[in-house]
Structure formats: C-alpha cells, structure tokens
Design a protein. Structure first.
Length: 370
C-alpha cells in the first residue's frame, strides 16, 4: 500500500516544542500526559520514558505547585523528550519551570492574574524561546461566558480562546498554539472548525475526558478523525481514563489509519469466520504483543482464507493468505513461500523482523548517501 494521504492540511504557522516542529506542514505530533504524582520524581520519570518508548513525541506534566516545579526540574534532567508543563493560576510556577528547562507552557494568560504577572511570564517565554499553549476546556469556561451563553457552546469556547489570543497579541507574542477541547464531539469539532478559520497558529487537538479505553478510543477516533480529515490539527492528545501509553498507541493508530504518519506495523487482518484456515484472532494477538518494539513502517496482512487473502496479501509488504494444507506468504506483492499452522506465529515474527531490519538498513543507506 502506497503511503500517501489525500488530506490537504490547513496552513498554519510553525512553532518548536523542544526539537519537535508543530504546525507549518510538520508531521502531526502525538502527545500524552503523565498521571503519576509529579513530586514522585522516580515514578514520573519512569512513566515519561515508557511514553517515549511507546512513540510519544511530546509529554505533558501537571505542575500544580512550586514543590512540583522543583520535581519537574529533576525529571527534566533525566529525560530528553520535549516536556510541557501544565500550569494554572500561579504565574510563579511558570517562571520557575521556564528556568528549569520546560519546552512549552500550557497556561491560559487570562487566569494567572494581573497584567504585570502575565507580562512577566510572556517576557520570560519570549527570552527563552518557550512556546505557550492556550488551552480552553468546555468544563472550565470563564464565569461571564457561562452567564452569557448559558452553557458551554462552540461559540463560547472560541470567544474564550480569542480572549487569550488577544492578550498575547497585545504583548507581541506569537509563539503559541491553541486548543478548544470538549468531551462532546459535536461541540469540540464545531469549535475547532470555527477557530481554524480565524487564526493561523497551530491547533492542538483533543476530545477531553473522552472516557475509558474502549469508549474513549471510539469518541476520539470520531472527533479527531473528523477534524484530521478536514486538514485541521497540528498535534494531538487522545485523553483516556487508562494507562497513558494507550493514549499514544491510539494516537498513532489514528494517524496511520489516515496515512498522515507512519510508524511501526500497520496490520490488515480479517475478523475471521468459519472459512479461516488458522486462528486469526489468536495469531493477531500474539503478533501485536511480540512486535510492539518495531518502529519501521510496514504493512502486514493476516487473512484467514483464500477469498480476500491473496488480494490483501499482494498489497502489503508481507501478507499471509490462509489455505489448505498450508498458507501462502507474499513479500512485496509476490508469492514467496508457504507456512503451516505449526510454528506459524514464530515463522511470521521472524519474517517480519527480517523485513523490518532490511527496510531500516535500506532507508539508513539512502539517508547517508544523500
């Protein structure tokens, strides 16, 4: 399958979160957030490293106090992935984490107090080239907007965002991105679509508080998928009441499904039926568990019978089409060999790993020559 996407991305400015470009045609980055106690430096550092290993491009950490800010500084020393500090109300926390090496401040200018305090944070961010994320959430709109609109609405969220944008504009600070998150899919998508036409800064996508692993994944896929299909979105976080590593996996699966990014194995697998000539579900479960460490992009088709098997297998880098008494294996669209049920998963794993290694070496060779 050729890795091309027909999606036309919205034109946006580019900012840098550490060494990760956001907006301006850069690949859509995948984010997650730690759910450990930030002051537990060991646990939070371990979770950041797990998120990085899972494929996160950026990790956000809540910093609710000056004590947590000092812990953030210790975490910063132990990891090299870009870190965002999530801060509310206390401008002193923002100033401190800026000195400790934060890569982005998630802070709404309007909720940290007087103009003098806002200016101090913006001046510090400007001096150290630290971007800011304006993060509007339907559950925490300003009281006057709640009164004006009666309830959270897309217009209320956009108005809130533009208030914060106006503050940064007035202070001549353009190094920022914006999010307008809601747990309601229709509210969030409407707000993002409206805001996308009004500003050219990068947009951070999210369906906030989406739910547990299964329900939250479905809601996020619908909401974020709709926006991404419109070309809206420069970075995203899938918000799940689950292990944050799952957020990263779902984020990548979303982007891979839309051919917006490629990382690791893209499995094409049938749901299986009585025509299957091997246990497709068991085979897939084992392969996914064994091959999570592979980062080289590969399309792998695992189809249980000869009805759709050969066609799907020919379109993949590696394809398996179930047959009797043995199963046909295709490599780069061509019949290659036969596998039997005995040792099927072991044989497939070895073949996939060999193919991934060869492809990675070829890509590295091309880079060196260029």
């Amino acid at each position: 399958m050729k890795f091309e996407s027909p999606i036309v991305p919205r034109v946006s400015r580019q900012i840098m979160v550490g060494n990760v470009p956001v907006g301006g045609g850069a690949p859509i980055s995948v984010q997650s957030m730690t759910n450990t106690e930030t002051c537990d430096v060991e646990a939070t550092t371990a979770q950041v490293l797990r998120l990085q290993q899972a494929g996160a491009d950026i990790v956000r950490i809540s910093v609710p106090s000056l004590e947590a800010a000092e812990a953030f500084g210790e975490i910063r020393k132990q990891v090299d992935i870009p870190l965002v500090a999530d801060i509310h109300f206390d401008y002193r926390i923002a100033l401190r984490v800026a000195d400790l090496g934060v890569d982005c401040l998630r802070i709404n200018p309007g909720n940290i107090g007087r103009e003098k305090r806002i200016r101090e944070v913006v001046d510090k961010a400007s001096a150290l080239n630290i971007p800011i994320r304006i993060g509007v959430n339907a559950g925490s709109l300003e009281k006057d907007l709640q009164k004006k609109y009666g309830e959270p609405t897309p217009d209320a969220m956009v108005e809130s965002a533009l208030r914060h944008v106006e503050i940064l504009d007035r202070l001549n600070f353009q190094n920022f991105k914006v999010s307008v998150k809601a747990s309601d899919i229709f509210m969030a998508t409407a707000a993002y679509r409206k805001l996308a036409q009004m500003i050219d800064q990068p947009l951070h996508l999210g369906i906030t508080e989406a739910g547990g692993l299964r329900s939250g994944t479905v809601k996020s896929a619908i909401g974020l998928g709709a926006l991404l299909l419109d070309g809206i979105g420069d970075t995203l976080r899938v918000s799940l009441a689950a292990d944050p590593v799952e957020e990263v996996k779902v984020g990548w699966d979303l982007l891979k499904s839309l051919r917006l990014r490629s990382k690791g194995i893209n499995f094409i697998a049938c749901p299986s039926c009585s025509r299957q000539n091997f246990d497709v579900v068991k085979t897939m479960n084992e392969l996914e568990a064994r091959l999570e460490d592979i980062t080289t992009p590969l399309d792998v088709a695992v189809i249980g019978c000869i009805v759709n098997g050969p066609g799907e297998a020919r379109e993949a880098d590696i394809g398996l089409a179930g047959g009797t008494p043995s199963h046909a294996v295709y490599i780069d669209g061509q019949p290659s060999r036969k596998f039997k049920n005995e040792n099927l998963v072991d044989d497939l794993e070895k073949l996939i790993r060999d193919k991934a290694k060869m492809k990675a070496e070829m890509e590295e060779s091309i880079i060196v020559k260029s």
